[in-house]
Design a protein around this ligand. Structure first.
Ligand code: 6PG
Length: 233
């Protein structure tokens, strides 16, 4: 495939490259601006990256951790993205609690929780959209990213930064950044690994434009982190 990047040999080398690049970018941002604000992805691909970061020397006091999406479950639930990051990284490194900005999940009132988190983001970023130093994203085998799933309402949101999103295939709500709140990041890294992502990646990069069906088509990553298996190599 003539994709606009060189694939990584395997997922382990992809994850190491993300961890190394994260450290470089964080050091650079803190040196230049005194702060590094990152939006984290859920899923299995970044989990190992977070574990690697916990073993690095980073300017922990100057890094602020946000979530690009979250499941509508308590933070101690096995499906929670907060729990995943807390287990892999936040519980292991010397990170100030004030720098950890978890989605205030409210299982019974997801709209309220989304509004609260949007206010948290607006407390940290200026208008019109959040200027993240780094947006970490994955891509599902249905070409979703964050919790912007095919055919869901959140895909069309152009004003709000963070919303609750009803996802029929889960018969439940997710929380997610909207496209404009993703696209405003200075650096957008999209991580995709594994054979199961081949078709989605091909549609996203080479298919007919249809971001309702393939939401990741809307994303313009500044860097792609993709392994050979996802490229069909
Ligand atoms: C989530 C993620 C989601 C993820 C993709 C890919 O909450 O699950 O934010 O968008 O990035 O589903 O997940 P994998 O890395 O597990 O393939």
């Amino acid at each position: 495939m003539n994709y606009p990047f060189d694939p990584f040999r395997d997922v382990a080398s992809l994850q190491l490259a993300v961890a190394d690049s994260f450290c470089e970018l964080a050091e650079q941002a803190v040196k230049q601006n005194g702060v590094f604000r990152v939006s984290l992805s859920g899923g299995s691909t970044p989990r190992r990256v977070y574990e690697m970061l916990s073993e690095r020397q980073l300017p922990w006091d100057q890094i602020h951790w946000f979530w690009g999406d979250e499941r509508n479950v308590p933070h101690d639930h096995a499906d929670s993205n907060f729990r995943m990051v807390h287990t892999a990284l936040l519980s292991k490194a010397d990170i100030p609690a004030a720098n950890i900005h978890a989605v205030p999940v409210n299982v019974d009132a997801p709209a309220e929780a989304a509004e609260q988190y949007e206010q948290t983001l607006r407390d940290h970023f200026d208008e019109p959209f959040p200027a993240w130093d780094l947006m970490l994203l994955g891509m599902g085998d249905d070409a979703h990213t964050a919790s912007l799933f095919p055919g869901t309402l959140a895909l069309g949101e152009q004003n709000r930064w963070f919303v609750e999103n009803w996802v029929p295939k889960f018969d439940g709500f997710r929380y997610t950044l909207t496209f404009p709140a993703i696209e405003s990041a200075r650096n957008i890294w999209l991580m995709t690994a594994g054979k199961a992502k081949q078709q989605a990646l091909k549609q996203v990069l080479l298919g007919e434009p249809d971001s309702n069906r393939y939401p990741s088509q809307r994303i313009k990553p500044t860097r792609w982190f993709v392994d050979a298996a996802a490229c069909g190599a």
